[in-house]
Design a protein around this ligand. Structure first.
Ligand SMILES: [Zn+2]
Length: 413
C-alpha cells in the first residue's frame, strides 16, 4: 500500500481511477506509430489524515520530463499577458529594483522572467528541462538547468537570496513535495515573499474536471492542505487570490513564519471557509468524484455516437494534456474524433497519443467544413463550423490551451 507523500499515512482511499494511460504530454510521430506504447496506471488517492489528493508515482520522472516534453509556455498570448501583469503587480508591491532578486522555479523558456529582466531586475530561473531552459538562456535570462529541492537550495543559498520566489504550476508537478517546499526557506530573504499558482482542488471537484488529472500532475491542492504543508517547513501562507487560469487556480502568498510583515488577509480566510463548507475535510466529498466522472464520460460518448449515426463529424481543438486524458479515459478512437487542431506548431507534426488522431496547425481550421467543434474556454462553448466563416477564427486563436471535448454539467444542446 502506498503512503502519503506529505504525512506518510497509508493511502486507503481512491479519489479517481482513470485506468491506464501513456504520459499525456508526449505525442507520437509517424515512426512511433509502428512501435508499442508505454502505459502507466493513472490513479489518484486521497490521504485521510492530511487530505492531500495525490497520484502514485509509477512513471519515472525523467521519462516524462525528457527533451521531447511538448510544452512551451510562451506559445500562448493569454498566458504571457497573465505573466506580464503579475510582474508589474509584484514590482510595485515589493518595490523591486536593480538590487533585488527574483527566483522563478520551473522558469520554462523565460516567458515570465523576461519582463523582470527587461526592467533590470536581477533574476534566476531554475528549469529542469534542458531544451526549454536553453531557449531562456539564449534570451539572456540567467537560468540554472536543475530540479529545485533542499539540496540545490543549500548549494545556491550563498549566491542567491530572493526578495521574491515564484512558481506557476510547479507545486502540483513535484514528486517530493516536502523536499521542494523545505528548500524555499534557504533562498528567501527574511522579509521576502513566495508566490505559487496551482489549479484549485475545489474547482476540480466542483466541476468534475477529471481531465486535469495526468501523470505529470502529482498533487491536487487545496488551501486546507497547503497551509499544513507550508507550516511544516517554517513558512506561513498569509494571502490567497482566486484566479481564472487552468479552470480555476489559487495564487498563494507565503513568508517566513517569524516574519512580522504582512498580516493574514481576510480573503485567505474566506477561501478556507469555502473549502470547509464544500466538505474538503470530509472523505465522502472525495469518494463521490469517480461516479460523477464516469457519468460525464458516458454522456459524452453517447453524444459522439449519436453524431456519427447522423453523419456528423466531430473534431477536437487544442492538443493539450487535458485532451489526452479525456479521450484516453473515454476510450475514444479516430472513428469518433477525426482529428485535432492545435495552435502550437511544435505539436503539429505529431499525433495525439491514444486516438491516433492527426494534429494540425490551426491555419487548417480555416479550411474545415465540419458540423461541430466543441471546446471549452473557462466553462464550455459549442461551436458550429457549418455557419460559414462567422464562427470566429479569432476566438480560437487566443485560446490555444483549452480544447474542446470537455463538457461540464451543461453538456446538452
Ligand atoms: Zn497525508
Amino acid at each position: 500500500m502506498s503512503k502519503c507523500r506529505f504525512c506518510n499515512t497509508k493511502l486507503r482511499h481512491t479519489f479517481s481511477d482513470l485506468g491506464f494511460s501513456p504520459p499525456s504530454n508526449s505525442f507520437l510521430n509517424k515512426v512511433d506509430l509502428l512501435s508499442p506504447e508505454k502505459y502507466y496506471p493513472l490513479k489518484v488517492q486521497v490521504c485521510e489524515n492530511c487530505y492531500l489528493v495525490q497520484i502514485n508515482e509509477f512513471a519515472k520522472h525523467n521519462e516524462i520530463f525528457n527533451d521531447n516534453y511538448a510544452y512551451f509556455s510562451s506559445f500562448s498570448s493569454s498566458w504571457l499577458k497573465h505573466a506580464k501583469d503579475y510582474t508589474e503587480m509584484m514590482t510595485k508591491k515589493l518595490g523591486l529594483n536593480s538590487s533585488s532578486l527574483v527566483i522563478e522555479i520551473a522558469s520554462n523558456d523565460g516567458y515570465l522572467l523576461q519582463y523582470f529582466n527587461n526592467n533590470n531586475i536581477p533574476v534566476l530561473g531554475i528549469e529542469p528541462t534542458a531544451n526549454t531552459a536553453q531557449v531562456a538562456i539564449k534570451k539572456g535570462i540567467n537560468t540554472k538547468i536543475d530540479f529545485f529541492g533542499k539540496k540545490l537550495a543549500k548549494e545556491i543559498a550563498n549566491d542567491y537570496n530572493a526578495d521574491l520566489i515564484l512558481g506557476n504550476n510547479v507545486l502540483a508537478h513535484v514528486p517530493d513535495i516536502n523536499d521542494f517546499v523545505s528548500g524555499l526557506q534557504y533562498v528567501l530573504k527574511p522579509d521576502g515573499i513566495i508566490t505559487f499558482e496551482f489549479p484549485h482542488l475545489l474547482e476540480l471537484i466542483k466541476f468534475t474536471q477529471f481531465d486535469t488529472i495526468y501523470h505529470e500532475h502529482y498533487s491536487y491542492l487545496s488551501l486546507l492542505f497547503i497551509n499544513k504543508l507550508f507550516e511544516k517547513h517554517n513558512l506561513k501562507v498569509f494571502d490567497v487570490e482566486q484566479l481564472k487560469t487552468h479552470g480555476g487556480s489559487l495564487r498563494i502568498y507565503a513568508k517566513h513564519n517569524d516574519c512580522e510583515l504582512y498580516p493574514q488577509t481576510e480573503r485567505s480566510l474566506q477561501i478556507l471557509d469555502l473549502e470547509l463548507e464544500y466538505g474538503l475535510d470530509q472523505m465522502e466529498t472525495y469518494e463521490k468524484f469517480q461516479v460523477l466522472s464516469e457519468s460525464l464520460k458516458d454522456n459524452f460518448i453517447e453524444f459522439l455516437i449519436d453524431a456519427k449515426k447522423n453523419n456528423k463529424k466531430v473534431v477536437g481543438y487544442g492538443a493539450a494534456a487535458k485532451g489526452n486524458t479525456f479521450i484516453n479515459f473515454s476510450g475514444i478512437k479516430k472513428d469518433l474524433i477525426s482529428y485535432v487542431v492545435d495552435k502550437s506548431d511544435f505539436k503539429q507534426i505529431d499525433l495525439i497519443v491514444l486516438s491516433k488522431a492527426d494534429v494540425y496547425f490551426d491555419e487548417e481550421m480555416l479550411e474545415l467544413k465540419t458540423d461541430k467543434v466543441k471546446y471549452r474556454k473557462s466553462q464550455e462553448l459549442i461551436m458550429n463550423f457549418n455557419n460559414g466563416g462567422d464562427l470566429g477564427y479569432e476566438k480560437f486563436s487566443e485560446n490555444k490551451y483549452f480544447y474542446i471535448w470537455k463538457l461540464y454539467e451543461n453538456f446538452s444542446e
